[in-house]
Design a protein around this ligand. Structure first.
Ligand SMILES: [Fe+2]
Ligand SMILES: [Fe+2]
Length: 202
């Protein structure tokens, strides 16, 4: 059960990292190649980061992985406090990113630069946060949690594992991830791509 719980957590981290990298790629493409933005894809990516983190991944970590580890050892107290603080701060930073995208879409001056700054800030935070969990927290969890703890954590992270995290939200996030892949242009997804920016002489 330990392996199943950890592989689900790693899979969820990979999905979040894929969306962060996709967002960064699209923004850099708009900046360097003057590629026209597809706001549907950008909104879908931000919505995914918000919905999946706030409604599923972080609450499950807080309620199960973090809670059990806190019960088993005091050695993890410092890193748990830091990670929980990052979970709370992330909510506000997603709101800032939404505001920046709204301004960009509305044509506010320097909208792309400000949106790019917000993407870099949140992207770095998310990647740093997951790296801290994978390099410090999970090794501690492997050391201190019991077999029963891993059964409970594995069940919570599986579909329908906890009625507080309804299966509809879980399915909604899976559908949203597929939608991002279908909408985003290559190499991020398999979408049709946007019209290329006019070249010289056009
Ligand atoms: Fe986390
Ligand atoms: Fe995590």
């Amino acid at each position: 059960m330990l392996n199943s719980a950890l592989s689900t957590i790693h899979d969820e981290h990979r999905s979040l990292a894929a969306v962060v990298h996709g967002l960064r790629y699209l923004v850099r493409n708009s900046q360097t190649k003057n590629a026209p933005p597809d706001f549907r894809v950008l909104w879908a990516m931000i919505y995914y980061l918000d919905e999946f983190s706030e409604k599923l991944h972080h609450p499950k970590e807080n309620s199960y992985l973090f809670a059990r580890l806190r019960q088993r050892t005091q050695e993890a107290d410092k890193v748990l406090a830091e990670l929980e603080q990052q979970h709370s701060a992330g909510t506000q930073h997603v709101r800032e990113l939404e505001l920046a995208l709204g301004q960009y879409e509305a044509g506010v001056a320097d909208g792309l630069d400000k949106f790019s700054g917000a993407v870099e800030k949140l992207g770095n935070e998310i990647l740093k946060h997951m790296a801290l969990e994978e390099s410090i927290l999970i090794p501690m969890a492997r050391k201190y949690l019991t077999a029963e703890d891993w059964v409970e954590i594995g069940a919570a992270f599986s579909e329908n594992g906890d009625p507080r995290f309804d299966a509809e939200t879980d399915q909604e996030c899976r559908d949203l991830f597929s939608r991002i892949v279908n909408l985003a242009p290559p190499p991020i997804g398999v979408g049709p791509g946007r019209n290329k920016a006019p070249g010289p002489g056009n």
